[in-house]
Design a protein around this ligand. Structure first.
Ligand SMILES: NC(=O)c1ccc[n+]([C@@H]2O[C@H](COP(=O)([O-])OP(=O)(O)OC[C@H]3O[C@@H](n4cnc5c(N)ncnc54)[C@H](O)[C@@H]3O)[C@@H](O)[C@H]2O)c1
Length: 251
């Protein structure tokens, strides 16, 4: 018996990084988990290697794809108790060169994807009880000159989280909505960007020093916070965003 025994959890972006780590923590705690992702190969492989963990192909930017993924969740588990909106992309096009198309692609995944998840999760959970955890970022609160579009998306995720929490409270739905704000976490999102940089090691050291604890976080650091926000231990917490960032935002 674990803390999440009997709970059905939907994790987007579950084929990599933070979403993957989060899915594993939930099954360790007794949950049944559906991970969804664009990356079918990685998602299928993870599902094949774990009991009580299933995979559905999913593009979070596409409304029809949400409807199909939710239908798959219901066919496997019957219902949804927890949604973790983790899928995301980070583009580093310079502001002056970023095309409107690239701007919109990033908005579509990070903002539209989170909105659609919140919308459909509320519809599924409002007659019972539920928790939604969105993944915002330190970039919700501070600007990063090399990631202007990304900052705009994560600011939106934080605001959406507050408003959706108030919406649920207003309509007396027993659904809490919160967000986690990671600092730099060692996942493909960060390591891929470092690897295309000419001086990857120097950039990594510089970024690590921006965290007062002096290093990047691990996916599990974020997974632990997500599980807390999704749990009954956080029953008086809604509409908030918790930084898990090695002190980045405390400066
Ligand atoms: N790694 C960090 O430093 C960091 C910091 C702050 C916030 N975040 C946020 O955490 C979340 C997870 O990021 P990560 O670091 O684990 O990155 P990651 O690249 O390891 O994982 C992201 C996953 O999302 C999937 N994905 C991308 N577009 C999708 C779409 N349209 N539909 C479905 N799946 C899609 C990818 O295939 C990938 O598996 C993201 O929202 C990211 O913005 C990450």
């Amino acid at each position: 018996m674990g803390e999440f025994s009997g709970k059905n959890v939907f994790v987007t972006g579950g084929a990599s990084g933070i979403g993957h780590a989060t899915a594993l923590k939930f099954i360790e705690q007794g949950a049944t988990v559906l991970i969804t992702d664009l990356n079918e190969k990685a998602g299928t492989e993870i599902a094949n290697n774990h009991e009580n963990l299933f995979f559905a192909p999913h593009d979070v930017a596409d409304e029809k794809s949400w409807q199909q993924a939710i239908a798959k969740m219901k066919s496997i588990c019957g219902s949804m108790d927890i949604l973790v909106n983790c899928a995301g992309v980070s583009f580093s096009d310079p502001l002056e060169d970023m095309t409107l198309e690239r701007w919109r692609q990033q908005q579509a995944v990070n903002v539209d994807g989170t909105f659609l998840g919140v919308k459909y999760a509320i519809r599924e959970m409002k007659e019972r009880k539920g928790a939604i955890v969105n993944i915002a970022s330190i970039a919700s609160d501070v600007g990063i000159f090399a990631a202007v579009g990304y900052c705009a998306t994560k600011g939106a995720v934080k605001s959406l989280t507050k408003a959706a929490a108030l919406y649920c409270a207003q309509y007396k739905y027993d659904i809490r909505v919160n967000a986690i704000q990671p600092g730099y976490i060692e996942t493909p999102m960060v390591t891929d960007v470092l690897h295309i940089n000419k001086d990857a090691e120097r950039l990594a050291q510089k970024l690590k020093k921006m965290h007062p604890l002096g290093h990047f976080g691990e996916p599990d650091d974020i997974a632990h916070a997500i599980l807390f926000a999704a749990s009954d231990r956080a029953k008086f917490m809604t509409g908030t965003s918790i930084p898990v960032d090695g002190g980045y935002l405390a400066q």
